[in-house]
Design a protein around this ligand. Structure first.
Ligand code: MG
Ligand code: MG
Length: 281
């Protein structure tokens, strides 16, 4: 799940903010980690999606229990380093934490971005085996920056799909998580998906669900996702996390894993193990 998210981020960063037609002109089908994109990344470089995921994972593992403070501290440290890619809602929430120590952003209609859902995977690992706990903690981590019912629900749904994938549940159980989300918030219905892949968490998850449920392997799922363009590093990252959980490490193309930094790869693998070791499972 963590490595899948990182390769999805690295692959999708190239096509972030592009339109599908531009991607097609330039790459045919974009399926190699080559860097570039609007951030002018080096091949294999990851962005805020993976960096914030690392903050959450490190914060949980180092504090040895559930504590939002160490997670928010890592967000603050990360933001202080002037990252190239940071969403407006994330920035606002982290700055409020730095100024006031506030660990829960106030409800905000602008909070329906995907910046909280993109970093939920470590919480799914840490709560593996307990979906109720997952639902609570996924929302708590989200609200450090995003306080909106659609973001909250998306975090729970993505986390649930990751958990069910990791536990080897049948595909229909993953589908049930997506359908439960759509039953509660019909915006998320992805039948008749219209190709919108923006940073609005509804567009983001519809893009991911459409790709995940219409493919049967990791590579096709992530390739289909990032070729939609838009917020492609984030859709790629979330698709990669869910598909990584579902299909397993061996299904992630070797060339993609080898493209990302070796130190990052090792840290993600080690954090994943430590998170699961601390889970109720
Ligand atoms: Mg990003
Ligand atoms: Mg993005």
């Amino acid at each position: 799940a963590l490595l899948g998210g990182a390769v999805g981020d690295a692959l999708g960063a190239t096509t972030e903010f592009m339109k599908p037609a531009q991607i097609q002109d330039r790459f045919g089908v974009h399926r190699e980690i080559v860097g570039g994109g609007w951030l002018k990344l080096s091949p294999g470089q990851v962005t805020d999606d993976t960096e914030m995921t690392l903050c959450v994972a490190r914060g949980i593992v180092r504090s040895g229990g559930w504590d939002l403070g160490p997670i928010a501290d890592r967000f603050a440290h990360w933001l202080s380093g002037n990252p190239a890619d940071v969403g407006a809602t994330c920035r606002r929430g982290i700055e409020e934490y730095m100024e006031k120590g506030r660990l829960e952003a106030p409800p905000d209609e602008r909070g329906a971005g995907n910046g909280a859902a993109m970093r939920v995977a470590p919480v799914a690992l840490y709560t593996l085996g307990n979906e109720e706990l997952l639902s609570r903690l996924a929302v708590e981590q989200a609200r450090i920056t995003h306080h909106h019912p659609l973001s909250d629900a998306a975090c729970v749904s993505v986390g649930t799909m990751i958990q069910r994938g990791l536990l080897g549940a049948p595909l229909r159980d993953l589908r049930a998580a997506a359908e439960e989300l759509a039953a509660r918030h019909p915006e998320f219905r992805f039948e008749g998906y219209d190709g919108k892949s923006s940073g609005y968490v509804v567009d983001t998850l519809r893009t991911v669900f459409d790709a995940f449920f219409s493919t049967d392997n990791f590579e096709d799922c992530v390739v289909k996702t990032v070729n939609r363009g838009g917020d492609a590093d984030t859709t790629g990252s979330i698709a990669g996390a869910i598909a990584g959980a579902r299909y397993g490490l061996a299904a992630i193309p070797r060339r993609w894993l080898e493209a990302i930094d070796g130190g990052l790869r090792e840290e993600l693998a080690s954090l994943a193990e430590q998170l699961v070791r601390n889970s109720p499972l």
